[in-house]
Design a protein around this ligand. Structure first.
Ligand SMILES: [Fe+2]
Length: 484
């Protein structure tokens, strides 16, 4: 899931007098050096480019503190065009509406440097501008233009593949990875960071064997390359290999907390593997210790925690007052998330917080925003409405709404594994109405994405046969527990 937070927090950049003095000299000819993959980079010395090369690798390895390191580099080299762009990208990646003001500052800095910038850097400046303006298609097209001309541009490649994840555009993710594939080889610095998005895109396309091969190749280079680890976790999830998935993540568990907040999603995957094996107490323990241990307004934390608590409740687990902190974070960030897959999760928390006014106010706000914005906003509002209906006991309404939307739901972004929460709600709504035929029908649909090879198809057919034998609520809930 990237489009994912690559830094822990937005760091608001406050220019120092030295910075302002330097930036006033921007009319001078800017100098340029070559990065680790041979691309011209404007505004850095031979020593500083090495620092940037490392920052770029660390950013996409989810190493904490890259924002501060880049901020220091920009203090030394304010004419560093891509440094300003990367700070803008990272701020936008954090996924808050309020972050746009900060990103705008970096865009203005970069724009002042346009005359001395290379054609590639000018395109990056344009992409950041489109992003801040909400022109996602134009932004994606610019990044595609960049990787078409400069396939070594890791910055454009990672930003594009990450953004497409939240746009719900899985085919285009794979297209981007294949577009740059001829350029890459093991000798090129950052090769593992190319492989991760390729593996993930293949997995979401249902090509699990190839996805596993490339994810493992990346993990040979770096066993805690989180995006490649994540791609492999998805392969395990989609093929029902929960014990392998659990063992693999646990083999690197002692290193996970060395990374930034994206690590929470890896813990979420471990919780899914444990849930599939019925280890529900351990799942609850992971929620408390790793997935949502404190208070967090970060969109991915809200998604991970809310979807896991809903899954646990569907399995009959009493989660106590654990919804309260997520509901509070949801109220505080109600319309501040630019990643709209967050909205259904905020709706879960608000509907479960016990205050009907909270969810009613939120629905008004989301529906109003959705009526005046792009398709994702309206879709998010409609899903939130269905979730609210479910938690308010209006199971028939919830199921009707979900059923009408169900083939559009991938447009809201995220992975098949994350999107399974929609089917969890639909199946539970059918169960609550004691409608076993509808329950079985939805359970069958739910596994439609999982068959690639003959073996997968045989496994899927076996699962379908099991679904046919479902006769009770308990048996249906057991099918949900086992994952997609
Ligand atoms: Fe995931």
């Amino acid at each position: 899931m990237t489009g994912l937070k690559t830094t822990v927090k937005s760091v608001i950049f406050t220019p120092t007098s030295k910075y302002l003095e330097n930036i006033s000299l921007m009319s001078k000819q800017l100098f340029s050096v070559t990065d680790a993959r041979g691309l011209s980079v404007t505004g850095l010395s031979d020593t500083q480019i090495k620092t940037y090369d490392q920052i770029l690798l660390d950013t996409y390895h989810y190493v904490p503190g890259t924002a501060d390191e880049l901020k220091s580099l920009l203090e030394e080299a304010p004419e560093f065009v891509l440094g300003n762009v990367l700070r803008g990208y990272s701020t936008m990646t954090d996924g808050s509406v309020s972050g746009k003001t900060v990103a705008q500052g970096y865009l203005e800095n970069a724009t002042k440097l346009t005359s001395g910038a290379t054609p590639r850097e000018r395109l990056h400046i344009a992409a950041l501008g489109h992003w801040i303006s909400g022109e996602h298609e134009a932004r994606n097209a610019v990044w595609e233009d960049i990787i078409g001309k400069w396939p070594a541009d890791l910055l454009a490649y990672r930003q594009l593949t990450g953004a497409l994840f939240w746009n719900g555009d899985k085919k285009r993710q794979l297209a981007a990875a294949v577009q740059t594939l001829p350029y890459w080889s093991a000798e090129i610095p950052g090769y593992g960071l190319f492989l991760g998005p390729l593996a993930f895109a293949l997995e979401e396309a249902g090509r699990f064997g190839l996805a596993e091969r490339y994810a493992r190749e990346a993990l040979e280079i770096n066993s805690t390359d989180l995006w490649s680890l994540h791609a492999l976790a998805h392969v395990f999830e989609m093929q029902g290999r929960s014990t392998e998935g659990e063992a693999h993540i646990e083999s690197v568990a002692d290193k996970l907390n060395d990374y930034n907040l994206f690590r929470g999603h890896i813990w979420w995957h471990l919780a899914l593997f444990k849930m599939a094996q019925g280890k529900l107490d351990e799942v609850l323990g992971l929620v408390d210790k790793e997935i949502y241990p404190g208070t967090s307004n970060f969109y991915l934390d809200i998604q991970n925690a809310a979807s896991m608590l809903s899954r646990l409740e569907f399995q009959g687990v009493n989660v106590g007052d654990r919804w309260d902190r997520i509901a509070k974070a949801s109220r505080e960030t109600l319309s501040d998330h630019t990643v709209l897959f967050t909205v259904p999760h905020q709706a879960m928390a608000l509907a479960r917080s016990g205050e009907e006014t909270h969810i009613a106010n939120a629905l008004d706000q989301w529906m109003s925003a959705g009526s005046n914005a792009n398709g994702q906003s309206l879709l998010a509002a409609k899903v939130a409405e269905a979730i609210a209906d479910f938690h308010l006991g209006r199971f028939s309404d919830a199921l009707d709404k979900f059923a009408r939307l169900r083939f559009e739901l991938p447009d809201l972004g995220a992975s098949h594994a994350q999107q399974d929460i929609y089917y969890q709600y639909m199946v539970m709504a059918a169960i609550e109405q004691e409608d076993i035929p509808r329950t079985k029908s939805l359970l069958r649909e739910r596994i439609a994405n999982r068959a690639e090879t003959e073996a997968d198809w045989t496994e899927a057919r076996a699962r379908l046969a099991e679904i046919e034998r479902v006769e009770s609520k308990a048996e249906a809930i057991m099918m949900l527990r086992r994952g997609i």
